[in-house]
Design a protein around this ligand. Structure first.
Ligand SMILES: Nc1nc2c(ncn2[C@@H]2O[C@H](COP(=O)(O)OP(=O)(O)OP(=O)(O)O)[C@@H](O)[C@H]2O)c(=O)[nH]1
Length: 202
């Protein structure tokens, strides 16, 4: 099953000092180019969720969709935009990934599809430093059937992605480090430096 993927790039990057974190240079490309390279072979269609002038992402040639609900900060607004896009495409599910995770697995979409819960929701997960399995709630497979519940959640000004996913019995797809955790995200300049070193290693 080929499923569309939306890359969430609507954050404010406060820990990075502001601006478009996905467009920061990384190992001969940008953080976002690494995300796109990993997702393009496994998705039926790719789009970006970002607000403001879409022209700054022109080099990628991807559709850029703003948050469906302006004034609702946080990733849930981006996930709603992904569901709206999926509905327009006439498909029943959509995958979202954060735009600041350059090491995503090459079998992400297939793994999420295989792990779907009873309502069709699946989240990616990986063990943390203590070995505890930790889910990554912005990296998941979302059934469009949850759209009206998600819109109502935003209308109530609830912003926590985990609180939303817990209500919908998510399945969990696990990936281990190879040797880096594939869901490592880049939040700070030190994270960016560490990612560049990892990619430069032989
Ligand atoms: N559409 C949308 N996506 C968001 C928003 N805030 C965060 N995200 C996305 O959610 C994912 C996780 O974001 P965070 O790391 O929590 O936030 P960030 O803006 O990237 O960075 P910080 O401001 O440093 O926390 C990333 O893919 C962000 O692009 C938002 O207000 N709207």
């Amino acid at each position: 099953m080929r499923i569309p993927v939306m890359i969430l790039a609507g954050g404010r990057a406060t820990r990075m000092g502001g601006g478009d974190k996905p467009l920061l240079p990384l190992a001969g490309g940008t953080i976002l180019s690494h995300v796109v390279d990993r997702l393009a072979p496994q998705s039926a269609a790719l789009a970006l969720n970002a607000n403001g002038d879409p022209g700054r992402f022109a080099e990628f040639g991807l559709p850029v969709r703003p948050d469906s609900r302006a004034g609702h900060p946080g990733p849930l607004a981006g996930i709603l935009a992904a569901m709206d896009w999926a509905q327009e495409l006439g498909v029943t599910s959509v995958v979202t990934v954060p735009g600041d995770t350059p090491f995503l697995p090459g079998d992400l979409v297939a793994g999420l599809v295989a792990a779907r819960g009873p309502l069709g929701l699946a989240l990616a997960a990986s063990p943390d430093a203590a070995g505890e399995l930790r889910d990554h709630p912005t990296c998941g497979l979302w059934p469009v059937s949850l759209r009206s519940d998600l819109a109502a959640t935003l209308d109530r000004d609830e912003r926590r992605v985990r609180a939303f996913t817990r209500r919908h019995q998510p399945g969990t797809a696990r990936w281990d480090s190879t040797p880096i955790d594939p869901f490592t995200n880049i939040n700070t300049p030190a994270d960016l430096e560490a990612a560049a070193l990892h990619l430069a290693a032989p």
